[in-house]
Design a protein around this ligand. Structure first.
Ligand code: ADP
Ligand SMILES: N[C@@H](CCOP(=O)(O)O)C(=O)O
Length: 325
């Protein structure tokens, strides 16, 4: 995250004490990392104990769109999927207004991101992703992934003037290929449901049981559900594979990590024949999605403190690599 909307502890301490049952706010720190919303670690003291939360001020999502994400997190947390749980105020509400923007407070998950994942880390992620897909099956709300084909089609014309001829050709031709794929009968057959759609390494935490660093790491949780939506499960898996299973050259897929991710996923939810047949195109769709959003963030940036834009060429390279598969 970055901080687009600065907030000081003094601005929220009365609100926290008055409206919530989480004790007294003792510290508030802007979080570096992430690019979408303003996030802060919020510490409180309740009955003499320190508690840790994350306060998010939403910069683009509206109060109408947000209940889907917050209710999905609550639904998954209730099903023992390790995700942040939205905190209710004394009226039972989980969506608030702060600085005239929508805001939420969620539990802080334990652990740290693993940016150099081993096959075991990939397997833990694959297993939990499949469990998450199954756990979402009875989630009653639907909301499209807001960063899917319609958004690509709307955004690409804004980016094209900034690109060289070769990039323009690659972006336009891949968009056309994906528009055809999304309209195909085989795409329609792919299972879908509540999907994270942004399960990168920096959105997953691992920790050691009881803080014992000699013990094997376990999955601390998935967070940052604010790009989630009703989407093809295969897209979620492809987004995950494109970030978790990269070879040393940072563009091709590493067989060992990919096999670990896919086996662990399929041990919980085996892929259908249609999904297996669509895998290569879906890897390209997942690469295109992040090439477009990174180009958009790069060429049409927003003002923010602590914002480090992601490198768009990384996903251009990944797309070229997946096309060559
Ligand atoms: N629930 C959480 N538990 C623990 N850490 C979190 C949680 N939510 C966010 N963070 C921390 O905040 C950082 C930025 O959050 P992120 O959701 O990626 O930002 P953005 O909303 O901009 O995408 C993460 O890298 C992580 O360190
Ligand atoms: N994961 C995406 C965009 C969102 O980044 P995040 O750090 O806010 O999760 C990317 O890497 O482009």
């Amino acid at each position: 995250m970055a901080v687009f909307t600065p907030v000081e502890l003094g601005e929220i301490s009365d609100w926290i004490t008055r409206d919530f049952n989480i004790g007294r706010a003792s510290d508030l720190r802007g979080i570096h990392g992430g690019i979408e919303n303003s996030n802060f670690f919020l510490d409180t003291i309740q009955d003499g104990k320190n508690q840790e939360y994350v306060l998010t001020i939403f910069e683009r999502l509206s109060a109408e769109q947000l209940p889907y994400y917050l209710e999905l997190m609550r639904h998954l947390a209730n099903k023992s999927i390790p995700v942040p749980r939205p905190i209710e105020n004394k009226n039972g509400e989980i969506l608030f207004s702060l600085k005239n923007k929508p805001a939420a407070i969620v539990t802080k998950l334990p652990g740290a991101s693993q940016l150099k994942p081993s096959p075991r880390h990939c397997a833990l992620v694959g297993e939990m992703l499949a469990k998450m897909h199954l756990a979402g099956a009875d989630f009653p709300q639907e909301q499209a992934n807001l960063r899917s084909l319609p958004w690509w089609q709307e955004t690409v014309p804004q980016i094209l003037p900034h690109l060289d001829a070769e990039q323009k050709t690659l972006l336009s031709s891949e968009l056309a290929t994906q528009a055809g794929f999304f309209q195909s009968a085989s795409y329609a057959l792919l299972p879908q449901g509540a999907s994270h759609c942004d399960l990168f390494r920096d959105n997953v935490l691992f920790d050691h049981p009881s803080g014992d660093h000699s013990s094997e790491e376990r999955l601390g949780g998935f967070f940052d559900f604010y790009f989630a939506g009703t989407d093809k499960f295969l897209f979620d898996l492809a987004v995950t594979a494109n970030d978790w299973c990269l070879a040393e050259n940072r563009r091709d897929l590493d067989e060992e990590r990919l096999t670990a991710l896919m086996h662990a996923y399929q041990a919980v939810r085996p892929l259908t024949n249609d999904e297996q047949a669509s895998w290569a195109l879906m890897l390209r769709a997942a690469a295109l999605r992040f090439w477009i959003s990174r180009l958009w963030d790069f060429y049409l940036p927003r003002n923010a403190q602590m914002l480090t834009p992601h490198d768009p060429t990384h996903f251009e390279q990944i797309l070229l690599s997946r096309k060559a598969l």
